[in-house]
Design a binder for this molecule. Structure first.
Ligand SMILES: Nc1nc2c(ncn2[C@@H]2O[C@H](COP(=O)(O)OP(=O)(O)OP(=O)(O)O)[C@@H](O)[C@H]2O)c(=O)[nH]1
Length: 323
């Protein structure tokens, strides 16, 4: 069994002392360090693989290119429009002068006509310029919009890769982080009903040892599917460690969570994994904690983890509820 990431050393020390007291053991350095280290056997969040990082970089480079293209296009469009505006303003000034000269009769009708024709030619050719710039920019903008749409798709794919457990398709710890924050906030804003249940498969090592790691993997996928079938749409399933799963039960209290866990035990009992006509029974222990008013997500998980620890200590297949 592996346990969740600790909050901080002070928190670990507090839990270690609490566990010593619960078991009536004296807080000798030996006892203390044994418990402290037990809590530290907690797995760090999975590190990203080189491929995942490469994918993330590719998207960033594409984004960089799209931003550079947009900025280049915008500034050339603005330059062009500013140049055309200057031409129009100058021609307006010229027009005033021609009108004045015409009113004062200081120029002949032919000269006025020739000046107006010149001006009109310049205005027409500048208008053509503006039109062709806007048309070109429009098609360039379409291209940029297409690249941005592809970047959005890449980002969504990347996010999936980064936040999903590759084996089971459940969320991984990275994926949990922002959802946990969101659900805790939501629960505290509404009615505080958010419950975490951590389940840890019992004697999973024996399944690996007896049937191979590959079959162990299939069993983990099987458990994920069974759990998904028991959960509601709004609940969140996370692969929390090797053979540990976190069920974040939205709008659910301890009673509801106990019901879910009992149901999962029932379903798992009735639905063994079949490998070459052999039944592989899956059992698990569970720890449940309901969010408290003044608690953050990490503290909630830590209490569920503590409860799980007690369930494991009390024998396999048990469910313990955190105070
Ligand atoms: N097949 C497979 N095995 C895994 C995976 N991740 C962890 N494990 C195995 O899970 C087993 C966990 O062993 P333990 O921590 O001793 O837990 P356990 O055998 O379930 O015993 P208890 O939890 O004490 O009931 C180890 O054999 C790990 O190799 C995985 O992705 N696939």
């Amino acid at each position: 069994m592996t346990m969740s990431t600790p909050v901080n050393p002070v928190e670990i020390a507090r839990i270690a002392l609490k566990r010593l007291t619960e078991r009536g053991l004296p807080p000798t350095p030996d006892n203390y360090s044994q418990f402290y280290n037990a809590i530290l056997t907690i797995k760090a969040p999975e590190t990203k693989t080189a491929t995942e990082m490469q994918l993330a970089w590719q998207v960033l480079y594409k984004l960089d290119d799209a931003v550079a293209d947009t900025s280049e296009l915008t500034s050339s469009l603005l330059d062009n429009l500013a140049g055309s505006t200057a031409v129009f303003e100058q021609k307006l000034g010229d027009l005033k002068q021609v009108r004045q000269a015409h009113a004062e009769k200081s120029v002949s009708a032919e000269e006025t006509h020739a000046s107006l024709e010149d001006m009109l030619n310049v205005v027409i050719s500048t208008t053509h310029n503006v039109h062709s710039t806007v048309t070109t920019s429009h098609s360039d903008l379409q291209t940029i919009r297409d690249s941005i749409r592809h970047i959005e798709e890449d980002l969504a794919f990347n996010r999936k890769v980064l936040e999903q457990d590759a084996l089971t398709g459940a969320l991984n710890r990275q994926g949990l982080d922002h959802l946990l924050l969101r659900e805790v906030k939501r629960a505290q804003r509404i009615d505080g009903r958010l419950t975490a249940a951590i389940i840890d498969l019992d004697d999973f090592k024996q399944i690996n040892d007896k049937f191979t790691h590959l079959v162990g993997d299939q069993v983990l996928i099987h458990v994920t599917n069974l759990t998904k079938a028991v959960l509601r749409e709004s609940d969140i399933l996370v692969r929390y460690g090797g053979e540990e799963f976190l069920l974040l039960l939205v709008d659910t209290d301890i009673r509801g969570a106990s019901y879910v866990i009992d149901r999962l035990k029932l379903v798992a009992g009735r639905t063994p994994f079949i490998h070459h006509n052999q039944r592989i029974e899956v059992r698990f222990s569970a720890g449940i904690a309901q969010l408290k008013d003044d608690e953050n997500g990490r503290a909630l998980l830590l209490r569920a983890d503590e409860a799980l620890y007690r369930a494991k200590q009390g024998g396999r297949g048990k469910t313990e509820i955190a105070e």
